[in-house]
Design a binder for this molecule. Structure first.
Ligand SMILES: *Cc1c(COP(=O)(O)O)cnc(C)c1O
Length: 403
């Protein structure tokens, strides 16, 4: 974590309207990075990475969807992965070092990181994903690139993948031979660019004086952590809703005060199937371990798969808008918690992936096939290339030493 979260003056937040999205990204990045990266280079990093928008779509006067899937892999992970890849490139450009980026993925991180680092010199990406626990399309996205991208299909859960990755980072005998870095949301270079779109969302709101509520579909809690950082920087948010699926360790923490990680269970919103959310400790740290303050700012609710399907169907019928399963969890949790009482409030639901990434679930919900955008379809014809591996650390270590 940064030692200190830099703040903006009220003026900045008030004057957001006159800035372009990339200008907003620059102002935020400059606050965090100006000691380490020249302004021109920060600009270059943003131009190369944040070259797509986060539009706010209004369903009602006070209910909005923030679409975060307009990047190349159709999920919000593109913001973090692309920005981080450019930061790495910046720091590696004059060195002869080779770096291995090691990532555990519950679905969308892997494809975003693979796409962002594809063919970048001096960088190899090793992705660990849980066998049979991600959608067909997600798997194709991360296993078909090849070249400097290596996909490992782990016989286990996302948490097993994450634990293997952590063991590698703690293994000094491995680090003697290989330069390893993480690309999970445990890496701050991925978290920072996720604050950008919270400001962009606020900029697009008409009624800026109403109470602002964000609903965040949550798994590893990276997206939520970024929102909390944005708030500490000065964005006037009153409540965050952390929407979870049956992997509800964080929801339980907020009601019982006890954090009890456990094995994850598979759900339709698979990118949120996390039983031991890493960013939990960051959130606690952001609020100086003051659990009462955390409870005042964050509400949480668990949504079942049946409710997810129902919500996709209801929202489609009522608004002619198609949510993906993750966004549906965010929508349903917010509506349940706010009990439709939205007077003097503005609710923004983060839509974290394009629905076409989950065409099977969408078909079950609305009883119609949906069109897959060309940028998503192209990988379906390609051949999957992955290495199957047991969830055993020594196997990963041998692989990494040889890669
Ligand atoms: C990763 C992901 C999430 C969960 O985000 P966290 O930062 O891990 O809480 C939600 N939705 C989608 C589509 C994702 O890919």
């Amino acid at each position: 974590m940064p030692e200190k979260i830099p703040g903006f003056s009220n003026n900045f937040v008030g004057e957001l309207s006159s800035l372009s999205f990339q200008e907003i990204c620059f102002e935020i990045s400059n606050k965090f990075l100006s000691e380490d990266i020249l302004a021109n280079d920060i600009n270059e990093i943003i131009e190369q990475s944040i070259n797509f928008d986060a539009p706010l779509i209004s369903l009602e006067n006070n209910t909005h969807i923030l679409e975060l899937f307009h990047g190349p892999t159709f999920a919000f992970k593109d913001f973090g992965a692309r920005f981080m890849a450019e930061v790495f490139k910046h720091f590696l450009q004059d060195s002869k070092k080779e770096v291995i980026v090691l990532v555990a993925t519950s679905g969308d991180t892997g494809s975003a990181v693979a796409n962002a680092f594809y063919r970048k010199e001096g960088l190899k990406v090793v992705l660990l994903y849980p066998e049979k626990k991600i959608s067909n399309l997600q798997e194709k996205q991360l296993t078909t690139l090849g070249e400097n991208i290596y996909a490992l299909e782990i016989n286990g859960t996302f948490d097993d993948c994450q634990s293997l990755v952590k063991q590698a980072f703690n293994d000094n005998s491995l680090k003697k031979f290989k330069n390893l870095t993480s690309a999970n949301s445990i890496n701050i270079a991925r978290l920072l660019p996720q604050t950008f779109y919270y400001f962009r969302a606020f900029q697009q709101l008409q009624n800026k004086n109403d109470e602002l509520i964000f609903s965040v579909p949550s798994g590893n809690l990276g997206n939520l952590t970024a929102g909390l950082i944005a708030m500490q920087m000065g964005l006037p948010v009153s409540i965050f809703i952390s929407a979870t699926n049956l992997n509800s360790v964080f929801t339980e923490f907020l009601s019982t005060g006890k954090f009890t990680p456990r094995k994850s269970v598979p759900t339709l919103s698979n990118a949120m199937d996390v039983g031991n959310p890493n960013n939990f400790y960051r959130i606690v740290h952001l609020f100086n371990q003051k659990i009462e303050i955390i409870k005042n700012i964050i509400r949480s609710k668990t949504i079942t798969d049946n409710e997810t399907i129902e919500t996709i169907r209801n929202v489609y019928q009522k608004y002619d808008y198609l949510l993906d399963p993750h966004g549906a969890v965010g929508f349903k949790a917010a509506i349940d918690l706010l009990l439709n009482d939205l007077s003097k409030k503005q609710l923004i639901i983060l839509e974290t992936a394009h629905p076409a990434k989950f065409s099977e679930t969408i078909k079950e919900s609305i009883e119609k096939e949906i069109d897959i955008p060309p940028g998503l379809k192209s990988c379906l014809q390609l051949e999957k290339k992955s290495v199957k591996m047991k969830s055993v650390y020594n196997e990963l270590k041998e692989y990494l030493l040889a890669v």
